[in-house]
Design a protein around this ligand. Sequence first.
Ligand code: ATP
Ligand code: MG
Length: 446
Amino acid sequence: KFNIPSYVKNVIEKLEEKNYEAFVVGGSIRDLILGRAPSDFDVTTNARPEEIEEVFQEYKTLSVGKAFGTIIVVQKEGNLEVTTYRVEGEYLDGRRPSEVMFSNHLVEDLKRRDFTVNAMAYNANTGLVDPFQGREDLQEKRIKSVGNPKERFEEDHLRILRAVRFAVQLGFTIEVNTYRACKDMGYLLQKISMERIREELFKILLSEKPSYGLNLLKDLDLLKVILPELVDTIGFEQHNPHHDKDVFDHILCVVDHSPPILEVRLAALLHDIGKPDTFSQDKEGIGHFYGHDKVGAEKAKKILQRLKCPNELIYSVAILIREHMTQYANYKDKGLKRLIKRVGKDRIFQLITLQKSDRICSAGEIKMDVLTQREKEIRRILESAEAYEKSQLKINGKDLIQLGYVPGKIIGEILDDLLEQVIDHPQLNDKEKLLQIARKKFRKNS
Ligand code: ATP
Ligand code: MG
């Protein structure tokens, strides 16, 4: 009754032909029961890694995970991870089992899995194997540890964050004992590598309703472990008629209203992170946050560096945060070109969507037409031949070097200066005219 793709069935049948047991297991079964599309399929078997390789000797196989029992069977429809039943050895450090032990029993393999909804297996001959009532928990929409949650979180602390991640992705609650253990043991996440934390956090952020996850993290006291900077925004009163909510609630609203694009969601999450650092009140008692965009962009960089994010991601998020207040600027054509120049044409619409969600979540009258109009204007500029970036200038670095300029930083600076002039006077974007300006400059400087 489960709709298992034929390349997965094929692998199970091949193993069964050689008298091994084989089941589809884990998240894919959960997703199939829920009627969601599984992100991938995993197969578990009592065959040992060498035996799996033997059964699939006529196939291409990959053995990168062999020490942990995993052989990847390559078929044209996709790669499939086939893993030997495992009981995990003792966890000595709360992160990784000290040794991997194989098992002959499916139920032992299911027992080592994190949550009941992830601990089910299925094949056509046996049907559903569900020793921990995962199906009931799916029905009740709850995330519940397999066995004693304290022990399971002691073994692998990352499971604490995974509980939140699955709750958010599936729209479930966390069962009370599991919840209690998450809360009591959350500080242990300090010991987990930033990379593993980052991956779970990103999944939370990219889910349908990230605010649910962020509220869970807050209520479970996990926020102070993984994103302490955000704790300072909780209950932070803005004393400003344009912002009736506290900063944290505003952030949650903006994240929920942004499209599920990593850069945008991260920028939404961190866009007001500079507010607690820049707060001041004027004579009337109105709150202001001068320069919070720049302070926030720098703070966000540090946070994302700590999370070991790739540099391009950090750079993009920082730009979006630094520029998010430009929604209130009264740009004409030139101003918009300079905005595109600073933000980059690949990020400019991301900035607008961020600003739109920011507006939706601000108090008072929502003035969306300014941004909608601006979007149109930007589109027009991008489609026109008018320059907003150096590559569009009718001369390039080589031309400058021919004029006598020494290759190096100066070339970029000159081009930038020429671009500034071209933005002010588009008719200057002409090879002869630009060469003339550059020649004059060269003579003046030498
Ligand atoms: P996704 O749809 O995000 O891939 P998933 O349930 O497949 O969700 P994975 O992280 O891919 O999650 O893990 C696959 C399966 O391996 C899980 O369903 C679970 O049974 C098991 N598992 C993964 N990580 C752990 C862990 N840290 N502790 C115990 N079991 C785990
Ligand atoms: Mg998976």
